[in-house]
Design a protein around this ligand. Structure first.
Ligand SMILES: [Fe+2]
Length: 295
């Protein structure tokens, strides 16, 4: 398939903060905003405008505790509770920790969910998936432990017309059960399956704020409806490989204090195990904003 570099240009309206594009694919870093402070309506509007333009915002040098992250996150919508459970069976708190540290605070490979290493868009196994995810880096390796993003708007735009026609009306089943099966994690409990029944989303999604078409898939997918399983698997694999090609990806190398916000409606993402997971410390705080039903 043909690939092409982005032809995006920056919006003409000035932003009330220092903002610099990080890559042609997605991402801008923002300086001079303290996210601990109350967010005015005009600042919120500017952040959302930048969010739609760049898809990933990286506020450098932040130091929020979990309560402060909760307060900041609520400016952008309703916070999502999490499906996963802590080792003692209790649900994750609404501001939860993503880490390779064990209960004693020591690095271990055991706590890392395999699913995070596979391309996905957050919570696509929900009827109403995530709009925005936020990760605040508290401790990160000096090198590696990156998060990689793929721009599914660019991926869709670069598809040949025949492929766009072929996938235009396809519907895809996503489920928590398939998500775990696809990455080799233990199957969910019967209770978890009842709580999270399969859902169906269009393979070609229209971004509700920009109108752009995107490819909506990832490792939470089970199969395409009305297509033989082998053909479904092959097509999902082909489209994933297409939209995660290097020209459509941006790799975020974390700095301590980074506070990121990204748009799950036009991006796939995955964590990279490119550090010594059993030796180096990596700890981030995460919040997720609920979106709208895909169409
Ligand atoms: Fe994720």
């Amino acid at each position: 398939m043909q690939v092409a570099h982005s032809t995006e240009t920056s919006a003409a309206a000035p932003y009330p903060f220092d903002i610099r594009r990080i890559s042609d694919v997605a991402g801008a870093e923002i300086f001079g905003v303290d996210l601990k402070q109350p967010v005015s309506e005009s600042l919120k509007e500017a952040i959302m405008r930048a969010f739609l333009e760049f898809h990933i915002l990286v506020f450098r040098g932040q130091d929020l505790n979990k309560d402060e992250q909760h307060t900041f996150s609520k400016n952008f919508g309703e916070l999502e509770h999490h499906v996963g459970r802590l080792p003692d069976g209790t649900p994750f708190p609404i501001v939860h920790t993503v880490t390779n540290l064990d209960a004693d605070g020591n690095p271990t490979e055991k706590t890392v969910s395999k699913g995070n290493y596979h391309w996905h868009t957050d919570k696509s196994y929900h009827a109403i998936p995530s709009l925005m995810s936020m990760l605040h880096a508290k401790e990160v390796p000096a090198n590696g432990g990156d998060t990689q993003f793929a721009n599914t708007r660019m991926g869709y735009a670069a598809l040949p017309d025949e492929m766009k026609a072929r996938i235009a009306d396809l519907q895809v089943e996503h489920s928590w059960e398939a998500s775990r099966r696809n990455v080799g994690d233990a199957p969910p409990s019967e209770e978890q399956k009842r709580e999270r029944p399969p859902v169906v989303h269009p393979l070609v999604r229209t971004h509700p704020d920009t109108g752009d078409k995107t490819i909506y898939l990832g490792h939470h997918t089970s199969h395409i409806h009305g297509v033989p399983k082998a053909e479904s698997d092959a097509l999902l694999e082909e489209l994933t490989a297409h939209t995660t090609q290097e020209p459509f990806t941006y790799t975020h190398q974390w700095r301590p204090g980074d506070y990121t916000m990204w748009d799950n409606r036009c991006l796939l993402h995955r964590a990279r195990p490119n550090y010594e997971v059993g030796k180096e410390r990596r700890l981030l705080h995460r919040t997720v904003i609920i979106g709208t039903k895909p169409y």
